[in-house]
Design a protein around this ligand. Structure first.
Ligand SMILES: Cc1cc2nc3c(=O)[nH]c(=O)nc-3n(C[C@H](O)[C@H](O)[C@H](O)COP(=O)(O)O)c2cc1C
Length: 144
C-alpha cells in the first residue's frame, strides 16, 4: 500500500514540480482544477493528495451509466468501449470552466491506456487557454 502511493505520488509530484517551474508567476494566482475518474478509489486518493498540495478544486468525472462493480464485467465493458472508440457519456459538468488556469486529469490505466471516458471529458472542454496548463496522470496498482 505504502509502496503504491509512493510511486503514484512521485509521478504526481513531478507534474506539480513541472507546473511550478513552468509558471513561477502563476503559482499563487492560478486557479487549479483536479478532475478525476476513478473506479476503485486509487485515483480518487491521489486526486485528494493533489488538492491538499495545490488547493485546487476537486471534480469527479461521473459516467452517466455506472460501470459494473465486479472487476471482470468492468474489464469487458472497458474493452468493448476501447474497441468501439466509444465516448461514454458523463453525467456532470465542470462549472465555469474558463476560470481555471491549470487542469490535472487523473484516471486509472484501462487496457494499457486511459479509459474512453477521459476522451469524452477532454473533448467536452476548450483546453486552448493562452496561459493554461493541463496534465494527465494515470494510476496503476503496483501493490500486487
Ligand atoms: C477495466 C480495467 C482495466 C485495467 N487495465 C489495466 C491495464 O491495462 N494495465 C494495468 O497495469 N492495470 C490495469 N488495470 C488496473 C488499474 O489501472 C489499477 O487498479 C488502478 O489503480 C485503478 O484505479 P482506480 O482505483 O482509481 O479505479 C485495470 C483495471 C480495470 C478495472
Amino acid at each position: 500500500m505504502k509502496l503504491r502511493f509512493t510511486i503514484l505520488l512521485i509521478a504526481v509530484l513531478f507534474h506539480i514540480g513541472a507546473y511550478a517551474q513552468a509558471t513561477p508567476d502563476k503559482q499563487s494566482s492560478g486557479k487549479i482544477l483536479v478532475a478525476y475518474f476513478s473506479w476503485g478509489g486509487n485515483t480518487q486518493k491521489v486526486a485528494g493528495h493533489i488538492v491538499s498540495l495545490t488547493g485546487g478544486t476537486l471534480f469527479r468525472i461521473e459516467p452517466e451509466k455506472p460501470y459494473p462493480t465486479e472487476y471482470t464485467p468492468c474489464t469487458e465493458v472497458a474493452k468493448a468501449e476501447k474497441e468501439a472508440d466509444a465516448r461514454p457519456a458523463i453525467k456532470n459538468k465542470v462549472e465555469d470552466w474558463d476560470q481555471y488556469d491549470v487542469i490535472f486529469i487523473g484516471c486509472p490505466v484501462w487496457w494499457h491506456t486511459a479509459p474512453m471516458i477521459i476522451n469524452t471529458f477532454s473533448e467536452s472542454y476548450d483546453f486552448k487557454g493562452e496561459n493554461s496548463y493541463s496534465f494527465l496522470y494515470l494510476c496503476l496498482d503496483l501493490s500486487g
